[in-house]
Design a binder for this molecule. Structure first.
Ligand code: FES
Length: 651
């Protein structure tokens, strides 16, 4: 049986001869980037076979030199003998410490100036679970009702609540708990929507905390907060990549993967595994126990919500795009979370297959739902979800922007992780770039904000035209043509953390153009359907970790966002987590979330003929209608005239 050794992870696994190398890596829990889910088209699962024989997956994505060095595509490589496989840095998962930094930073961005109270004026602190300490009457021959009846009687006296139900898992320890505390108890009761149930019963001498978890189940990243339900304080936070990433980076590839037998279960196990790891981490940070957790609110896009429950997301992808459910409360034990089994997990309702609970939570957490201002809420990920509206009405759509802004369909695209190029300037005279990476380390790829910067700077410097095509007569050595595709060299191999030049190709620019056009067309369709002009927008809220890094003026230069004054734009950070926390602390906000989801009118763009027209008009820099971008046009003229003057002076 062949053994495959992966390094630098130093993990080894035995597999059958003929096994696919990408699958072997997954089994060994070694992550290899695979945005196309093993289709052989993205070229990102590059590995180097240093020892052993394999039928190598070669492709036009690899140069002759790289092939000579042993590079191959893991997804198309079949194992034939013992192997030693090196995973180069560009194929590895990013450093998760950066995610932690992101989590903290994104909270600061939005909450430094506003706390939840200010965001959502009507917010009242009233968590779904409360704890009570009290004494029960001792049993006697005269008063010989059952332990549960006695407890319910005591609780009713204490809280005024009737018909408090108890799960079997709780009954199993009830008699001992009551006697151990000598009939003094601490009881946690969940009371919501007219239903009351026991969450835990502990002898009174034992200290019990009343904590909750807010979870954002992202396609790429899962973030979690441990919140004290009594004080409202966030005690700890943690974040990590969703372990499902190894099975495709976007929603569609996860759905496709889940259709094969046993794969649905595997995807569910992976997401639960990631969440359990994060639960352990936050509990350890504050020396708490799983029993301290009384309630969970989780939000994710509709596909992630299905996979979290192990429900097939098959029909999300098929016309008329119907999800199996929109909102549900389950018990932690039913989904395999390492918490007391009867703890309730509330999944935030979504509006449609492509506008999920994460967007509902964002609309809630950002206060948009209760504001009089006409607000545009944008969450840019693999899908661009957009909501327009105010306290009276909400209109939502989702544009499949592709994964370009997450680096997915970009040759050297990467996530926002250490070594990712996040800022770019191109000198308009010399066409030389200046770059900044996350963590200030050697560059290994370009993340979303870096891609927007590069696109805008190439345009401003005149290296590309309005259609996003390279101007090959510019005379710079930074521009070259490889296999009849023009590309700009952003970083030479000698300066990079990967053994090749980091470039942006004309194909990458096409993908970015399509992605930005889809978002802009989506914004336009929403505005048009309520007959409002761009100027009517009073506030833009940009959610998601991607949003936090982008430079607003660059996003406007390429026509991704409409041209509106920067003081009207705010970065929300993780809106999904923010809203989930709010729901943990307020039953009323949970109810509001249901209302928000119902209130959102969803516009399906795939069947909207006007969307296609708007999209085509936006396949231009900044847009075919330059009147929409007067500021960008002025900037462009100024930029070009500086170049002309400098050239004349130098001449
Ligand atoms: S080419 Fe191998 S995963 Fe995309």
């Amino acid at each position: 049986v062949p053994k495959v050794f992966f390094y630098p992870q130093n993990k080894e696994i035995e597999v059958a001869s003929g096994e696919n190398l990408l699958r072997a890596a997954m089994l060994a829990e070694v992550h290899i980037n695979a945005p196309c889910g093993g289709d052989g088209t993205c070229g990102k699962c590059r590995v180097v076979i240093e020892k052993g024989t394999a039928s190598k997956g070669l492709s036009a994505k690899l140069t002759t030199d790289e092939i000579a060095q042993g590079y191959c595509l893991a997804c198309k490589t079949l194992i034939e003998s013992d192997l030693v496989v090196r995973i180069p840095v560009e194929s590895q998962l990013g450093d998760r410490r950066v995610l932690e930094r992101e989590l903290k930073a994104s909270e600061k961005t939005f909450l430094a100036s506003k706390d939840l109270k200010e965001l959502v004026s009507s917010w009242r602190h009233e968590p779904p679970v409360k704890s009570y300490h009290f004494s029960l009457e001792r049993p006697s021959l005269e008063d010989n009702v059952s332990d549960l009846d006695r407890l319910q009687r005591g609780l009713s006296k204490e809280t005024g609540l009737e018909n408090i139900s108890a799960d079997i898992s709780l009954l199993r320890g009830l008699n001992e708990a009551l006697r151990k505390g000598d009939w003094q108890v601490t009881v946690k009761v969940e009371h919501d929507e007219g239903r009351a149930r026991l969450v835990s019963v502990t002898p009174a001498l034992q200290k019990v905390a009343n904590y909750g978890l807010a979870i954002d189940i992202g396609t790429t990243t899962i973030s979690l907060e441990l919140v004290d339900l009594d004080s409202g304080q966030v005690l700890a936070a943690a974040s990590d990549y969703n372990a499902q990433i190894s099975y495709g980076e976007d929603i569609i590839s996860r759905i496709v993967y889940s259709l094969k037998s046993a794969n649905l279960k595997r995807l569910q196990t992976l997401v639960i595994k990631t969440i359990n790891k994060l639960i352990k981490e936050v509990l350890t940070k504050v020396e708490a126990r799983a029993e301290d957790i009384s309630y969970v609110v989780a939000a994710g896009n509709t596909t992630m919500a299905h996979l979290f429950l192990g429900v097939s997301p098959r029909y999300i992808r098929e016309d008329p795009y119907i999800p199996a459910f929109s909102s549900i409360t389950v018990e932690a034990g039913e989904v395999g979370l390492n918490l007391p089994e009867q703890v309730s997990v509330f999944l935030v309702p979504g509006r449609a297959s492509y506008v999920g609970g994460d967007i509902t939570a964002g609309v809630l957490g950002s206060g948009m739902f209760s504001s009089d201002k006409l607000t545009l809420y944008i969450d840019i990920g693999t899908n661009g979800e957009i909501v327009l509206g105010n306290a009276d009405w909400l209109l939502a759509c989702s544009c499949s922007a592709g994964s370009a802004f997450e680096g997915g369909s970009i040759k050297h695209g990467t996530r926002a992780t250490r070594g990712a190029i996040e800022q770019v300037r191109i000198d308009p005279l010399t066409f030389e770039p200046m770059i900044l990476t996350i963590g200030g380390t050697k560059p290994s790829g370009i993340c979303g904000s870096g891609l927007i910067d590069t696109f805008a700077e190439l345009f401003l410097s005149g290296l590309i035209d309005e259609r996003g095509k390279f101007n090959l007569s510019s005379g710079t050595k930074r521009l070259r043509t490889v296999d009849s595709t023009a590309e700009y060299i952003l970083v030479r191999a000698t300066d990079a953390d990967i053994a090749r030049d980091i470039v942006i190709t004309e194909g990458d620019l096409d993908n970015l153009m399509r992605a930005k056009a889809a978002i802009f067309a989506g914004i336009n369709i929403l505005l048009e359907s309520v007959e409002m002009p761009i100027e009517a927008i009073e506030r833009i809220l940009i959610a998601g970790s991607f949003g936090r890094h982008i430079e607003l003026d660059k996003a406007i230069t390429i026509g991704l966002l409409p041209e509106i004054p920067s003081e009207k734009v705010e970065f929300v950070g993780n809106g999904s987590l923010l809203g989930s926390r709010l729901m943990l602390l307020s039953k009323e906000m949970k109810r509001k979330a249901k209302e928000v989801a119902k209130k959102m009118t969803y516009l399906e763009l795939s069947t909207n003929s006007k969307f296609m027209d708007k999209y085509i008009s936006a396949l231009f820099l900044p847009h075919t209608n330059t009147n929409l971008f007067p500021g960008v046009m002025t900037q462009l003229r100024a930029h070009r005239s500086i170049v002309t003057k400098k050239v004349a002076n130098n001449g």
